[in-house]
Design a protein around this ligand. Structure first.
Ligand code: NAD
Length: 462
């Protein structure tokens, strides 16, 4: 057990203002592996002041130099790849291979993409008799969740730094260790003091203090819709800019001409990956009624194969929440064809890969985000019905369409109310804008669209 006692503020590890700590638990064996300081209003204030003081210098740093620092940061993350993976596995519980490829690999790719964008983006343009400057928004307050702990920090920090903003991050309580590791990499990359600051702490204390701080110009939040709505209201009330990345209940639509086995297998893998703790997971599989029984059989077999290959959920509370949803699915009349509420292990916060058949669109498990390894398979009569079901939730973050013909899949996707759609198994693209329609959020992350979130325009007329 390691007791960490500093927070990264103004380029140094400073002791916390208060005595309280947060215990970090390994979800695979339920042991406390570390403690970190629980930051208070004073710590947040010190971090925001440091970020404000550093803003003029960093905003005036030429984009090519900001790009060079980001490239150095990417190289530092590459050098620490194994340490990142081991840390995420220890605090989140994800299998080491997933930690290496996704939890370490994606943030490295995203940091690299912003090193390139900082160097190439047109921060100045001409239109008619005007010159338009794209200037940094200012001090960014970033509040992040635990499910992809480093990715969520990088998806906000890298574009903010590329834009010339300075940042204060408040990471999730469950996963502060990889955030600390990131701060060390930032320091080693020669990013000036105060440009990046890290305050660990509880959401309702340190998170809320950041949302309410008058020195924050833009609040970027990723997490639950309930918290996002609350702190979004606080920040908007203070006329801060607000970006919200919230929940999802994405539809995986399998049209009759698709390769059914592939669509079902990839669909199940998509839901089970990271133990279902993925906001963009395709948790509703929509299958034509003529292929329904075959799809359910395939899905149940695919889920059963996962057995021990998925890790635990992040904490006991999440496990109870997911079990509650599984029990609710049974109570509302859905048919369990794989998994169930019982834990397959004695220790650790595990839930079995679970598949429900005979799910109807109004059931709780077809409407609410479960955030666990639970797939609902729904039946549709025709394309119109499939579209109505796909669009029939308050969310709109991601989705998939499978068809025999790509043009047919694209035509269907164009009618979906959602921010991303993978066509016939299209791969994740770290340059494509990511974000939600409807109650899945406000704003976009990643790529050039993610960069513009941290810029504001100034027009000079001649
Ligand atoms: P959460 O909303 O409880 O916590 C997210 C962050 O907000 C944490 O850092 C937490 O400390 C902080 N927080 C909590 N209460 C706060 C408050 N009152 N004021 C300020 N900050 C506060 O969510 P979670 O349980 O950590 O994460 C799971 C949820 O996040 C899921 O619903 C999931 O869909 C969503 N999520 C969305 C995306 C996306 O990109 N759209 C990505 C990951 C997770």
């Amino acid at each position: 057990m390691k007791a960490h006692d500093g927070m990264y503020i103004d380029g140094a590890w400073r002791p916390a203002a208060g005595p309280d700590v947060i215990e970090v638990v390994n979800p695979a064996d339920e042991r406390v592996i570390a403690t970190v300081p629980a930051g208070t209003v004073e710590d947040v204030d010190a971090a925001v002041r440091a970020a404000r003081a550093a803003l003029p210098g960093w905003a005036a740093t030429p984009p090519a130099e900001r790009a060079a620092r980001l490239a150095a940061l990417r190289d530092g993350l590459v050098a620490r790849r194994d340490e990142i993976a081991e840390t995420v596995t220890a605090e989140l519980g994800s299998p080491l291979k997933l930690s290496q490829t996704v939890h370490a690999g994606v943030p490295i790719a995203v940091t690299g993409s912003y090193a390139e964008l900082a160097a190439t983006y047109a921060f100045e343009e001409r239109t008619g008799n005007s010159t338009v400057f794209h200037e940094p928004v200012g001090v960014v307050g970033a509040i992040t969740p635990w499910n992809y702990p480093l990715h969520q920090i990088v998806a906000k920090t890298a574009p903010a730094l590329a834009a010339g903003c300075t940042v204060v991050v408040k990471p999730a309580e469950d996963t502060p260790l990889v955030a600390r590791l990131f701060a060390r990499a930032v320091h080693e990359a020669g990013i000036p003091a105060g440009v990046f600051n890290l305050v660990t702490g509880l959401g309702p204390v340190a998170g809320q203090a950041l949302a309410e701080h008058p020195g924050v110009d833009l609040l970027s939040f990723t997490g639950s819709t309930a918290v996002g709505r609350r702190i979004g209201a606080i920040a908007t009330g203070m006329v801060k800019k607000v970006a919200l990345e919230l929940g999802g209940k994405s539809a995986n639509v399998i049209l009759p001409g698709a390769d059914l086995a592939r669509a079902v297998n990839v669909g199940v893998a998509n839901v089970m990956s990271n133990s279902g703790q993925t906001c963009s997971a395709w948790t509703r599989m929509l299958v034509h009624r003529d292929q329904y029984d075959e799809a359910v059989e395939l899905a149940a077999a695919a889920a059963a194969k996962y057995g021990d290959r998925i890790g635990p959920l992040v904490n006991a509370g999440q496990r109870e929440r997911v079990r509650g949803y599984i029990e609710k699915g049974v109570a509302e009349g859905a048919r369990l064809v794989a998994g169930g509420p019982d834990s397959p292990h004695e220790r650790g916060y595990h839930v079995s890969p679970t598949v429900f058949a005979d799910v109807t669109p109004e059931m709780t498990i077809a409407q609410e985000e479960i955030f666990g390894p639970v797939l609902s398979v729904l039946r549709y009569a025709d394309e119109e019905d499939a579209l109505r079901i796909a669009n029939g939730t308050v969310y709109g973050l991601a989705g998939a369409v499978w068809a025999g013909d790509e043009a047919e899949a694209v035509a269907f996707a164009r009618h979906m109310e959602t921010g991303q759609v993978d066509i016939n198994g299209g791969r994740f693209n770290p340059l494509a804008p990511f974000g939600g329609y409807k109650q899945s959020g406000v704003g976009r992350e990643l790529g050039a669209h993610g960069l513009t979130e941290y810029l504001q325009t100034k027009s000079l007329q001649f």
